[in-house]
Design a protein around this ligand. Sequence first.
Ligand code: NAP
Length: 286
Amino acid sequence: MTKILDGREEYKKILTAQATQARKIASHGFAVGFTMLSVGEDDAKLQYALANKRACANAGINAVYEVLPAEFTTEQVVKRIMELNADPTVNGIMVLAPYPKHIDGSKINSAISPEKDVDGQTPRCISDLYANRNGKDTFYPCTPYGAIKLLKRYNVDLDGKNVTIVGRSTVVGKPMAALMLNENATVTICHTHTKNLRAACKNADIIVLAAGKANLLDKSMVREGVVVIDFGSNFVDGKVVGDADYDGLLGIVGAITPVPGGCGPMTTAVMLENIIKAAKRQYKIR
Ligand code: NAP
């Protein structure tokens, strides 16, 4: 029997809790503000921003999606981020990736005030993550931290477990590895140069998929009872599917996140939590 790790259910609970916190902030005479910046426009970013705006509206957060011209230089984008840093009505800032090729992403991430860095991308937040400093005092990246929260919600023990992560990007695979290490898991990170992906997956108690390749993980690659976290988001025959052969793994794996409805809603949930946390800190509300 495979347990479905339902991100949507958990999202609803977190949304309700954050809406309560937003009302508490309002009772002190403050509003919660969040700005998503994009350099240039594309449909994927627009859809992502609109979904985030809807979630924020439901939580009582004023979200703004601001598109800067694609030809803006790194310095022009940094200048706009500095203005947002100084704006007391903006509690959280997120710059949506990917950036145009001429933009220096590290300068963009460094420009965001760590107090408003609700996706944990500034050097200070990344350093806190890798140094395993207290999560209460920093912001962890929404996507990998959402999956950790979901695992905890379902009481999946991470301590001492063999975790195989497929993918080494700086947005998903690497921060997920750091979070797992912070939970005392033993971590293996795989990528396109990994010699024996099958063996690495067979050895795992928990497999994390962050490759963006449909059907990458099938039943021949897993031990019975393994937990599968699937970040993958792939369009196949007009449908969004993960990196796992979901139907083929049902009944074999112990637990799995569905796509959609697993990691995606948890990313949004952590984003809401981080925005509220930032606002409460900035307004000095406990
Ligand atoms: P990415 O930057 O393209 O990185 C993909 C990683 O997977 C790379 O490290 C790559 O290895 C590795 N990889 C690709 N094919 C592989 C294979 N056949 N075997 C082993 N490793 C392989 O992607 P990303 O931004 O991390 O995103 C990964 C997936 O998560 C995507 O589907 C994305 O849409 C999704 N995503 C979901 C959420 C969410 O749930 N909220 C958020 C962000 C992203 P190399 O380094 O060797 O190239």
